[in-house]
Write a protein that binds this ligand. Structure first.
Ligand code: DGL
Length: 268
């Protein structure tokens, strides 16, 4: 039993899409979340910049005495999970790509055409392709980067025509040319536009890694006997810029109460 919090982090508000799944499955777990809203987006930055930011945040969460760190960011998971694990071998560090890749490999066979969408860094790393084919070689995988999605989502431009047009701009040809039937939302911001995507491509099966990560969290806590025995966890949300949309998103998740919001800055 271990009532210390679980640390989560992302470049911004995207990683918050993991939190409702955690609250539903393990409501007694406490959370410390960090969203790097002042330095978002990560996905179009150089690898060494992403690594530097991720190391700073990992150290910050470790100093808060978290019992595990969840990289609620595909970009960081793709670029530098091994560096973070080497930096803090004392804390279990969970990436978001492996559990989703395992799910895809379990659901799909050679007849499927799998699409991965993500940031430039995630797609450029080929991390999804490598992981999925490790679990199941021979699957057909197509990847494309959608770099304008994250800035729009961080701005709260979601349920409207601008977002729909942007989705069509990136995905119309990609889906049609490659006959995609299964689409992985390879960025934690994208579940926030899942409904837009489902409306525009109703026949597609959508896989959400923000949901799949729960399997890994539960497995690690079980293996190490680290489940909390509290009836309700404490939730603290740090951001490097307390943007209106970040705060609004947390209010939406918790319906207004039961959390603390705090500021934590790093050098820009
Ligand atoms: N939400 C993140 C991801 O899953 C980062 C997006 C970004 O900052 O570009 O990749």
């Amino acid at each position: 039993m271990d009532n210390r919090p679980i640390g989560f982090f992302d470049s911004g508000l995207g990683g918050l899409t993991c939190i409702p799944h955690l609250m539903k499955a393990l409501p007694g777990e406490s959370i410390i979340y960090f969203g790097d809203t002042a330095r978002t987006p990560y996905g179009s930055k150089a690898e060494n910049t992403i690594r530097h930011f991720a190391c700073e945040i990992t150290d910050f969460l470790a100093a808060k005495d978290v019992k595990a760190i969840v990289i609620a960011c595909n970009t960081v998971s793709a670029v530098c999970i091994d560096d973070l694990r080497r930096r803090r071998p004392d804390i279990p560090i969970l990436g978001i790509i492996s559990p989703a890749a395992r799910r895809v490999a379990g659901l799909c066979d050679e007849s499927n055409h799998i699409g991965i969408i993500g940031t430039k860094a995630t797609v450029g790393s080929n991390a999804y392709r490598r992981k999925i084919t490790e679990y199941r070689p021979g699957l057909t995988i197509h990847e494309t980067a959608c770099p304008a999605f994250v800035p729009l989502i961080e701005e709260g431009i979601i349920a409207n025509d601008i977002m729909d047009l942007t989705i069509k701009y990136y995905l119309d040809r990609f889906m049609a040319d490659n006959g995609i039937d299964t689409l992985v939302l390879g960025c934690t911001h994208y579940p926030l536009i899942r409904e837009n995507i489902a409306k525009l491509f109703p026949a597609i099966r959508i896989i959400d890694p923000s949901e799949e990560i729960m399997t890994s969290i539960s497995a690690v806590l079980r293996e190490r006997d680290m489940f909390s025995d509290a009836s309700q966890g404490l939730r603290t949300f740090y951001a490097s810029d307390l943007s209106e949309n970040f705060i609004a998103m947390i209010h939406r998740i918790f319906r207004g109460t039961g959390f603390t919001v705090a500021f934590k800055s790093f050098d820009l």
